[in-house]
Design a protein around this ligand. Structure first.
Ligand SMILES: [Zn+2]
Length: 311
């Protein structure tokens, strides 16, 4: 868990970090998060703080902050930190989905500053997404919009942890890339990746695949090629559906894909509708790991301004 104090310019002034330790349960994590927030807020008079926005991985209902079977937070289903944090901090608390807040951050303070139509995608251990349309966050009828990771890009292909076969996350996430390599190695494909992983197939990671591809390993090149293709299919679908001014991409796999960026853009252009010819709005996130914190700050100021207008 990370906490930060931010100003109107989206600059993070004070920071604090602690381990999430989800197995200790939500109330325990909530207590430690409250302490982190007190820590970063200690240098500012409480009346100068507009509010707190919590950015969390989902599935989570934004209005209430209630978790719905979060896969990486076992035991947190049906619970929320919102009322407890608001009471202990004596500040208004709101909750947002991390990737949606990432999109908000990029449209306010990032590469798409001022954009009214922007999609943010993080390609990392998993694949997440957030959508800004007409200047507003798109949250969906149940708070679950923006699940770009589960766009089917190769129906019948490798499945993700949720179980959809051939979604973007199943193929192009860090987890998916490692799993592709391990499956091919289990099937007897020879590759320099085995030596790189100390002879242990289970020790092969996405990083191993990208390193081996750069060194000319045939299987690794094949996997990376499949990843680029899957990402291009997914991104072409996003462009065709939402017509964003900016498609901003972040996350660890994005960093590893940098040497292939021109190839990726060309394949997106090839698959998208003709009006994107020469205009594929593909950008790497300049906000990096801070993107959701900055987005949480943007939303906190929106709420503070809305409250001030009402008063
Ligand atoms: Zn999926």
């Amino acid at each position: 868990m990370r906490a930060a104090m931010a100003n109107r310019e989206g600059t993070l002034l004070e920071r604090a970090v602690c381990a999430t330790e989800p197995e200790k349960g939500l109330p325990d994590a909530e207590g430690r998060l409250a302490a982190l927030l007190e820590d970063v807020a200690s240098s500012v008079p409480r009346e100068d703080i507009g509010g707190v926005v919590l950015s969390s991985a989902g599935p989570i209902v934004p209005d209430t902050g209630i978790y719905e079977y979060p896969p990486n937070l076992p035991g947190w289903h049906g619970l929320t930190m919102k009322p407890g944090l608001a009471a202990s901090l004596n500040l208004p608390v709101a909750i947002g989905h991390d990737a949606t807040l990432g999109a908000l951050a990029e449209s306010r303070y990032g590469v798409g500053k001022g954009a009214r139509h922007l999609v943010y995608v993080t390609v990392s251990t998993g694949v997440g997404g957030g959508i800004i349309a007409n200047g507003q966050m798109v949250t969906g009828g149940h708070g679950h919009a923006g699940e770009i990771g589960h766009l089917l890009v190769r129906p019948g292909g490798q499945s993700c942890n949720v179980g959809c076969d051939g979604c973007l996350e199943g193929i192009a996430s860090g987890t998916g890339i490692a799993r592709s390599a391990q499956a091919q190695m289990d099937a007897g494909r020879s590759t320099a990746m085995l030596g790189k992983a100390g002879g242990d197939v289970r020790a092969v990671t996405a990083q191993t695949v990208f390193e081996a591809a750069a060194e000319g390993d045939e299987l690794a090149i094949e996997i990376v090629d499949g990843v680029i293709d899957a990402v291009a299919v997914g991104f072409a679908n996003i462009l065709n559906t939402l017509d964003p001014e900016y498609l901003v991409v972040g996350g660890g796999v994005t960093t590893s894909l940098q040497p292939y960026w021109d190839d990726l853009a060309a394949r997106i252009e090839d698959k998208a509708l003709p009006h994107f010819a020469g205009h594929v709005p593909l950008h790497v996130s300049p906000l990096g790991d801070d993107v959701s914190l900055v987005g949480a700050a943007a939303l906190a100021f929106d709420y503070a301004d809305a409250t001030a207008e009402k008063d």
